[in-house]
Write a protein that binds this ligand. Sequence first.
Ligand SMILES: [Zn+2]
Length: 314
Amino acid sequence: MTKSPRRAANDLTLMLNAVLGENRFDRGPVDVEALALEYTRNTAGAHGEYIERIVADDLDGCEGALVPGETKPRRWGIIYDRRQNRGRRAYTVAHELGHFMVHRHLVDEDPDFDGGFRCSKDAVEHGSGKDIEKEANEFAATLLMPLDDFRRIIPANELADLERLGRAAQRYGVSLTAAALRWLSYTTTRAMLISSTEGYAHWAKPSEAALKSGRFIRTRNEMYEMPASSLAVRRVRGDEALTGVRQAAGVWFPESVVEMCMRTDRYDFELTLLHFDGKGPAYQALSARSWDFGQVEERCGNIVSLIDECFAGE
Ligand SMILES: [Zn+2]
């Protein structure tokens, strides 16, 4: 029986902790390419399938792929787009390893996956592809950023600014966006991450506590215009933007927030982090009831590949 993506990644995490020690991240991120090659070969066992090679190539409109060989037992290859930087590449290879661990049986069961898994934005959005793309992303995040370690460096009840999240991104060898999204998935504080270009948000992800207090931004089927006095629109940069400024009630929401912003001119793209005070009024949970948190996750999964490379390695 196939394991869940989280279970499959947690089993690998326990194995790595046993071999390399619980403080392994003090010495560096997961070497996901070595892991994909060695672990799958050493554990091939009765089914005999493993990942034989990982190669860079020019992939058009495609971040990465997991491709089966013709002979059986199958040998598999991971291909990643060579234009990705190191942080994005680690995430892509971990994503493809997730497909190998959890989904490879689909190649023999579902004609849609005849040629293996090609992970482009379109593939993520395409019908039956949706769930498996989300699962492969969950596998990658769980493997590269185990929650027990992440909670040690940023406890769940503490707010994290961009600098702190940047240090986490370095620790795990991933992009700032990937680290920030992982932090948002477990923090009990009220916070929100927003990606925008030229004054309009691509997506916005609230922490669960922020969502439950009614703090969310709809971006799925409508354009969200960033507030005129936001750091992103005013193009404020430097220390002030990175350490945070307090915005009055009414700028973003009917309560004041601390806002941080990091932008890249190369892609004309900004990442905004909002911190809310306290836990927020409980009665507002009613207004969040119709909001589908899964949609937010899915949207983030779709777009994270586009923006990850904007920040990693800077
Ligand atoms: Zn995929």
